[in-house]
Design a protein around this ligand. Structure first.
Ligand SMILES: NC(=O)N[C@@H](O)C(=O)O
Ligand code: NI
Length: 174
């Protein structure tokens, strides 16, 4: 670190909660109660999100699987992206954690003050709201993630660059 350009303090990924993530999208997690019995009582159904917003401008839902390598942390974030016309959902197959670095939809983030970082508990997923700026998938634990996103003839992915690289850490990697 030098006096001219001190490195910004690292961004510590916070445990993911629905309330904290609300400005950026929806947390997917198994409800403790509620839902309704189906299949002659053999299962309980929970309707979590009624509209994934995937059909704008001729879009259609795409179900993909990302086989992700584990990232190392601290991870240096320089680039963020957004999908303006549709949401993007990430759900781990099996127990695996990931970090999600986000900024509110709208103007492109420019500094660490515009960003928030969360780490899942291994069972949670997220639905990024359309236009939410985010870093591409940052798996803490390597493995498979189901991804549901909008597919269309034209790629819907805007990219922006932070003015300064930002280190993102988890509590374990501080
Ligand atoms: N590139 C790609 O399909 N994935 C990104 O959109 C991402 O958010 O991981
Ligand atoms: Ni994305």
């Amino acid at each position: 670190m030098n006096a001219e350009s001190p490195l910004a303090a690292p961004l510590v990924a916070q445990p993911l909660t629905s309330t904290a993530f609300a400005p950026f999208g929806t947390v997917i997690e198994a409800p403790a109660e509620g839902g309704r019995l189906i299949n002659s009582g053999n299962a309980r159904r929970f309707d979590l999100l009624g509209d994934l917003q995937l059909d704008a401008d001729g879009g259609r839902p795409m179900l993909a699987l990302f086989r992700a390598q584990a990232r190392s942390f601290p991870h240096e974030v320089t680039e963020m992206e957004r999908h303006a016309l549709g949401s993007q959902t990430f759900v781990p197959l099996g127990e695996r954690r990931f970090v999600i670095v986000v900024a509110r939809a709208g103007d492109a983030p420019v500094s660490h003050r515009d960003l928030a970082a969360f780490v899942t508990d291994g069972h949670q997923g997220v639905v990024l709201a359309p236009g939410t700026w985010h870093h591409a998938l940052l798996a803490v634990d390597a493995g498979d993630f189901v991804v549901i996103e909008r597919a269309a003839a034209a790629v819907d992915c805007d990219v922006c660059w932070l003015q300064e690289p930002l280190r993102v850490v988890t509590a374990a990697s501080r």
